[in-house]
Write a protein that binds this ligand. Structure first.
Ligand code: PLP
Length: 381
């Protein structure tokens, strides 16, 4: 068999282009000894012994995997329990589980939209939302970040009967929160549906940790609510919450729901436990809020280039990629892991360190981070 030279060339070219742009990513294996300010485990639930035990027990009783898709016979009683708990938490009639947030967004948009639909995205929406739009074949427009006037202009120009406004709840790379009130108002003015992906808000903000939409806005205002379980809840998977008509539609038409194995029952058991902790123990959220205030206060005192975020996502806007990499490396050498976010994840010249705070951090962890950042900052002057 001859090696296909054409394929070899294609991959080599793609690599060369990425490397030339200095965008070739390297994967670093997680080092448990580092103080971690890079992940999305905002409440420390991924390592909560109660959550871990629930996962082990779920696996022991019901299997390491679900062993089939939901519509065949992989839908376990634990999945029902979790869907009901998630619906109640977010004040919705029903919820349906997906294996990941990425798949939830692909599934929702593919199941709802087609070439006769217009989808309006915030410019900073998560990649999974943009990919879902592309998959659906809908006409997509992007409005300026968190700018409901721009959205309103675009909606007014659309002649589509079915219009869908889509936004992150908490923006994943900036940490700012969508203006839900304005999005609800403008969507209703233009007879559009509103979909909020609250991956980073759930568990962290709102009533009972129910996120930036949660129980404050009902299905009449925000018909489609997406949440992920791999962030503040510390486990894995995702869900869509809404009224029965929407959820029934998704279970029938969302291909990323239908053609995949259901999530392992142990993961659902762990999520149920994590959700109970979120609802029962507000102290984790309060501790996190104190960390956020403290970090911001001290970082501002050090003149670090902070954004406006009041959430656990605290980006430092350093501009150039090389500076971001340099700081990240210096932090790494000091035993601290932060995210170095660069194009194509963010626009050119908007590279940043993405620092995430968690209730599991101690004040000393944060002081250590601040000291190292201060040293980086001094050297850069
Ligand atoms: C992380 C994230 C997702 C993807 O969720 P996964 O469960 O990790 O696939 C979707 N949307 C937003 C806004 C996210 O931040």
């Amino acid at each position: 068999m001859p090696v296909s030279e054409a394929w070899h060339q294609r991959l080599a070219n793609a690599r060369a282009v990425r490397q030339h742009a200095r965008q070739w990513r390297t994967r670093r294996t997680r080092q448990p000894h580092l103080v971690n300010f890079a992940d999305n485990d905002y409440l420390g639930l991924a390592k909560d012994p109660r959550v871990q035990a629930a996962q082990a027990e779920g696996a022991r009783r019901f299997g390491a995997g679900a062993s089939a898709s939901h519509l065949v016979n992989g839908h376990h009683a634990l999945h029902d329990d979790l869907e009901e708990a998630l619906a109640a938490w977010t004040g919705r009639e029903r919820a349906v589980l997906f294996s990941t947030g990425y798949m939830a967004n692909l599934g929702v948009l593919q199941a709802l939209a087609d070439t006769h639909t217009a989808i309006f995205h915030d410019r900073l929406n998560h990649a999974s939302l943009l990919d879902g739009s592309a998959l659906s074949g809908a006409r997509s427009r992007r409005y300026h970040h968190n700018d409901s006037d721009d959205l309103s202009r675009l909606l007014a120009r659309s002649r589509c009967t079915h219009k869908l406004v889509v936004s992150d709840g908490v923006f994943s790379m900036d940490g700012d929160v969508a203006d839900i009130e304005a999005l609800v108002r403008v969507s209703q003015q233009h007879d559009a549906w509103l979909m909020i992906d609250d991956a980073h808000g759930l568990g962290v903000i709102g009533n009972n940790g129910s996120g930036c939409v949660g129980t404050r806005w009902g299905s009449d205002q925000v018909p489609i609510l997406v949440g992920t379980l791999g962030k503040a809840l510390g486990t894995a998977g995702a869900f869509v919450a809404g009224d029965a008509q929407l959820i029934d539609h998704l279970t029938q038409f969302a291909r990323s729901y239908i053609y995949t194995t259901a999530q392992p029952p142990g993961v659902s058991a762990a999520t149920l436990e994590a959700l109970a902790i979120v609802q029962r123990e507000p102290e984790h959220r309060l501790r996190l809020a104190r960390h956020i205030d403290y970090f911001r206060e001290e970082a501002l005192r050090l003149n670090l280039p902070l954004g406006e975020s009041r959430t656990p996502i605290q980006p430092l806007y350093l501009g150039g990629e090389s500076r971001v990499l340099q700081w990240a490396e210096q932090l790494y050498q000091a035993g601290i892991d932060v995210g170095a976010i660069r194009p194509p994840t963010v626009p050119r010249d908007e590279s940043r360190l993405r620092i995430t705070l968690s209730a599991r951090h101690s004040r000393r962890d944060i002081d250590r981070l601040l000291e190292t950042l201060a040293a980086c900052h001094l050297e850069a002057l």
